[in-house]
Design a protein around this ligand. Structure first.
Ligand code: AHM
Ligand code: MG
Length: 339
């Protein structure tokens, strides 16, 4: 028989026993995400037809209201997780508050919470640029059988049991980790199946791409300004190449494959940075570390930050280990010289 790549479904079954305390729940969560990703992918790929079928806020030709895609993606992921009765709570970048999930018998017997950004970079959809879904899974802290509380969501990233992203790009991929490395699966749209295409993804220790919104340069902290000058200076393998899509998942995905650093720093305009600790930075940090890279707020490890609120923002530096370490050095030196 012709040999073919493993499917995501086969991979999940094969690896189920590798999970600590495995009871199949985590596998079922990944399975739900796989399903929701396919539904959202279908819709995202039709987005270019918006002029033909009607824009968000208008009615389509069947007289149905069109929804914004990020609202749609949010509903698909939440509904899929609720319908399958596998999580006890969900927090989403699109919702102000977390959602408590009950079983059909009104019980609270599930043990995992999911945090997610259902459609990150959604402003890129109008211009046909890749967007993504980011997700993160934690074991609840409060006792099984009781409704979840905010404590279950405000856990440091080191407590994550799984994290991943879906990239709706030239091809659609799911990339995820359960703490045993990072694997990437590409959707074959003809048959609706994800195949293992990128086993054991790894950041190279060094890279030559830097990704940052340089238009905000004047507002950046001195350490970031100095690091950028270092990236642009002519010495050794420098100057580096600048690549910035403005879609977090795509920028980090590219850097993981090619080697590079992604930075969204604090600025005088956004004193805490822009990206959200719980929905964007922690899951990406888990993936980056599992792929041998490093994720920092400029001074310390992202995953060790104790969150204090659901929608908290943090500065974010992640990518090839040595590049992030170098950026931290610049941050540290600039801080010392300032005070
Ligand atoms: P969003 O969650 O509102 O979509 O914002 C997050 C996005 C990231 O995907 C991207 O890296 C960043 O915002 C780009 O921001 P900027 O346009 O300020 O460079
Ligand atoms: Mg986002």
């Amino acid at each position: 028989m012709e040999e073919r790549n493993k499917t995501l479904g086969e991979f999940i079954i094969e690896n189920q026993n590798a999970f600590q305390y495995s009871s199949g729940e985590l596998s079922r969560i990944i399975n739900s995400i796989r399903l929701a990703a396919k539904v959202v992918n279908y819709k995202v790929n039709k987005a270019g037809l918006v002029d033909i079928v009607g824009a968000a806020g208008e009615q389509n030709i069947q007289g149905e209201d069109q929804q914004k895609l990020d609202v749609y993606a949010n509903e698909v992921f939440i509904q899929t997780l609720i319908n399958r009765e596998i999580v006890c709570g969900i927090a989403s970048e699109e919702n102000d508050e977390f959602i408590t999930v009950e079983g059909s018998d009104n019980s609270h017997n599930n043990k995992y919470v999911v945090l997610m950004d259902p459609l990150d970079g959604s402003s890129n959809i109008d211009v046909n640029v890749s967007v993504g879904t980011i997700f993160s899974v934690y074991r609840r802290i409060t006792p099984i059988g009781t409704p979840v509380t905010i404590e279950d969501f405000l856990q440091p990233g080191t407590n994550q049991v799984a994290a991943g992203y879906v990239i709706y790009g030239t091809s659609t991929m799911i990339v995820y980790t359960t703490g045993h490395g990072v694997n990437g699966f590409t959707l074959n749209p003809a048959i609706g199946t994800f195949y293992l295409s990128h086993p054991s993804m790894q950041f190279s220790e060094d890279g030559n791409i830097y990704s940052i919104n340089e238009g905000n340069y004047v507002h950046f902290p001195q350490g970031v300004k100095n690091y950028l000058k270092y990236c642009q200076s002519e010495e050794g393998d420098r100057p580096y190449t600048s690549r910035y899509i403005g879609s977090l998942v795509s920028d980090i995905h590219r850097n993981m494959i090619k080697g590079g650093i992604y930075i969204y720093p604090t600025s005088s305009k956004a004193p805490k940075g822009k990206l959200r600790l719980l929905y964007e930075c922690n899951p990406m940090a888990f993936i980056v570390e599992q792929a041998g890279g490093k994720a920092s707020d400029g001074f310390g490890r992202i995953m060790e930050i104790q969150p204090t609120e659901l929608h908290e923002r943090v500065p974010f530096f992640c990518g090839s280990y040595n590049m992030v370490e170098k950026a931290e050095e610049f941050m540290h030196d600039a801080k010392l010289s300032k005070y």
